[in-house]
Ligand binder design. Sequence first.
Ligand code: 6CS
Length: 345
Amino acid sequence: MTTRNWYLKTLSMSVLLASLSICSAFAAESSTKVWRFGLEEIEGSVQDIYAQAFKRKVEDKSKGEVLVDIYSYGMLGESEDLTNLTANGTLQLTHASVGILGAYIPEMQVFTIPYLYSNNDAHTKDVLATNPTIYEIVGNALIDKDLRLMTLYLEGDMVWSTNKPIRKPTDFNEFSMRVMNSSLVIKTFELLGATPVPMPYSQVYGALQARIVSGQTNPVFSIEEMKFYEVTEYLIWAGQQKFTTSVLANQAWYLSLSPAHKRMLNETIEELTPYIFEQQTALNSAQLAAIKKSKPSMGIIKLTKREQAAFKAASAPVRLQYIENTGPTGQRLLDALEVALAPSK
Ligand code: 6CS
């Protein structure tokens, strides 16, 4: 970003943040409550679909007592900014993907461990939404940062979009892969044989176009809407990970809600679990069709079980790194998830 663009972005964010404080003052005086919800993704994304449904339900159930304002990606900065704005109470709710939040809450990195999830996504959805060990361990770590874990959900398979085919770890030699800024994700791609390059979401397209990186990894809907497919040649399913995101609330705000509003919020989050699961599945397949239509030359590669096994073995030591980072609490969470997520379930 040029200095001028940086200055303009900072200025427009400051104006927006100042107007958010003025709105708060007005909202506090009137009986209408405004719940501000931040997104790490643009309009039309999985997180946007989630937030729009949340808004419809909350405004309808509260009969206009609560208004939900949605701030999509770019309006208030990067993911880390949204988490900070929620922790300090400027936003009431935000999305925070586990890859990025892991830099802040080490236990959260468990959800980035390669090959942890089975292929039974419907079961994984239920574990992420309800497993008591997650809500105890990750929930408590977040409360220490003034945040409350409302839910976790899947946004789709993490697909590698690259400028060359990758079928075995040695194909990653001299290959720079953009990753989210998480020490465990960085370690994973080092073990897989690549050179991981952490950078913000907004810079990925330019970095691929300028060949600063040779690939990146994200769900298909994101590869379509952020146009990463225009600047890469292959989509590769390695089964390594599913994109997992969390919905966080400001803890003090949550505790200050009336019993009726708290019930409405919890009930709405619960209702959205099956809804967003169906929506993300449909969006990912629609966007794959869209990519194939607009770029018929795009190489589509699905690694065989045997090919996946080589990446699984190469990345296995990352579990030790996770335990080193998180100690016995992290171990207890990993053990509980391995039992809960077992493929036979
Ligand atoms: O790659 C990222 O950084 C981002 N990817 C998605 C699909 N959502 C938010 C996140 O920041």
